[in-house]
Write a protein that binds this ligand. Structure first.
Ligand SMILES: [Mg+2]
Length: 216
């Protein structure tokens, strides 16, 4: 059975949360209140994100040039992706973010995941409209239900997951190998869920290589 590697995007594949960069620079109004409401479960995450993206006032060029200035890949991503290719492990992005910036940043860096699960997005009259595509009918929280996607991949074989965010919590106890930093690491520690802590993706690559070679 072949392993798949699923990866969060914002703050995992990249060095910072891309949505936060976009809202901080271009959202007009109190966008942070939506973060608070989503974190305290007063509104679904997908509702908060749709409202925040709608508060953005910018052209696509302005947003993309801000991303060029501020958002870089997390150290070691290119080496990890090259290793996955070498050992023929699929690399899948699962994101509670918008496809336009995921595709832009990966294209800019010459990286091509096997699949991307995210919100569909488009610029409409200076704002950004996002549409969740991967909700799960049993839960009205995230627009990309990572638990559902992980479960689908686990029908094919074991799943390794790399994440950092609150929207990664729901996969923590369903994956075979969990790489965690940030909020996800704190959550896994608190819940007693086995995980491998990481800061950069070189560490993930080295651990995964050892894990796979140990299995042979
Ligand atoms: Mg994240």
């Amino acid at each position: 059975m072949k392993l798949s590697l699923l990866m969060d995007f914002d703050g995992t594949a990249t060095d910072k949360d891309v949505t936060e960069v976009i809202f901080r620079r271009f959202a007009r109004g109190n966008w942070r209140k939506w973060d608070k409401m989503a974190l305290t479960l007063k509104v679904p995450v997908h509702k908060a994100l749709s409202e925040q993206f709608r508060m953005v006032e910018a052209t696509p060029e302005e947003v993309l040039s801000a991303l060029d200035e501020e958002v870089h890949l997390r150290e070691g991503l290119k080496e990890l992706v090259a290793y996955l290719k070498e050992v023929e492990i699929p690399w899948i992005i699962v994101s509670e973010g918008a496809d336009f910036y995921i595709k832009y940043i990966l294209e800019r860096e010459g990286l091509h995941p096997d699949m991307i699960f995210s919100y569909r997005s488009r610029f409409v009259r200076g704002h950004i409209e996002v549409e969740p595509l991967w909700m799960w009918e049993g839960c009205d929280r995230c627009g990309t239900c990572k638990r559902r996607i992980v479960k689908a991949f686990r029908h094919l074989g074991p799943v390794a997951y790399v994440g950092d965010s609150t929207t990664d919590f729901c996969v923590a106890d369903t994956v075979d190998l969990l790489y965690a930093r940030g909020y996800l690491k704190a959550f896994a520690e608190k819940q007693g869920i086995p995980h491998v802590p990481y800061l950069d993706l070189h560490q993930v690559r080295k651990h995964l290589k050892g894990f796979l070679e140990g299995e042979e």
